[in-house]
Design a protein around this ligand. Sequence first.
Ligand code: PMP
Ligand code: GLU
Length: 396
Amino acid sequence: MIPISRLAASVKPSATLAAGAKAKALKSSGVKVYDFALGEPDFDTPLHIQKAAAEAASRGETHYTPVNGIPELKTAICQWYSQYHGFTCKPEQVIVSNGAKQSIHNALAAVCDPGDEVIIPTPYWVSYSDLVSMTGAIPKLVTTTAEASFKITPAQLKEALSPKTKIFMINSPCNPTGITYTREELAALAEVLLPTNVTILSDEIYEQLTYDGVNPTCFATLKPELQDRTITVSGASKSYAMTGWRMGWAVAPKHVVDAMGTIQGQETSCPSSISQHALLAALSGPQDCVAQMREEFRKRRDFVCEKLAEIAGITFPKPNGAFYVFFNVQAFFNRQFGNTFVTDSLSFCNACLEQAHVSLVAGSAFGQEGYARMSYASSIEELAGGIAALKKWLQG
Ligand code: PMP
Ligand code: GLU
């Protein structure tokens, strides 16, 4: 038998992808499943983006590209930051990757040494802790509370800093909570980091999905002194409904981008050539498709919040970004549901899938016990059916 490495054995499978696969397996056995597990827009990629990719393929743009991405795309990314965030960067500071997940991996691998500490506010997106651990660095989880809308406070950040802190990771709007930090709140965190030499890794992938007039903040624009220490990550999966195209990017000081490029060149040679042309069309083409999808998500957010709030025992801070609600399910612990005695978020979510056929992701996957995440990237009809099934199951 071929032995499995310590690295491979220590990495956990992505809990969101696993929950999505479990729901799909149940569906394929003929059961009607309300699948709210995976954070993936249900919309098709807008047509003009699909067309740009098809045209690129027929033009013969089917070869390896430069490792960090094609020049016209890196320029378009710079223009996008200038237009939407007033952030000036140069193409040499941009690296395009096969998804924001690869951008985060590249960034962590380029900056972290074994034993370094990476501060991660919790709940956090599933993959952060494993991606950190894969570099040999140590995730330092800082638990936030629902009362504080799951936002890390400047005092908590200060307390978590140590001489070993290499990176502070921040994700706003946040997966799994759907909460967006205000510019002032991020500026207060930036203030704490000013006198340190800590690098900031800001995952802004949901930046175009904010509601209630909330403006997303690009962390790199907060303080000029921090620009040289900030790595900004974003991507097309969420805003342009492009999960399968695998397009993400990072903007960072040139020497960091060079290091990330060296790693990427050895791992995947370059990002997908055809997808890069699709992303170019997404960023430089009409943006009304994003506005339409945002408005649809906003309606769903309102619907889901109203309906969930009607279920006794479920509480949550109202999300104002991304497409998730992260709700407290502790009222249902230490109770019998069918043949399951629910004791924690995982047994709750497993029983919910098996008995109510509603697929959620356990809070423990995001480092926060006692909660469940619902993705509302589904039609209102599906959401209505699923929440009704959840309510019926919980209220017996
Ligand atoms: N960051 C966050 C917070 C996410 O939710 C996701 C979801 N996939 C990613 C990064 C990675 O996205 P992708 O690799 O599809 O660009
Ligand atoms: N980011 C999405 C989620 O949290 C997609 C799955 C994944 O990449 O983990 O569900």
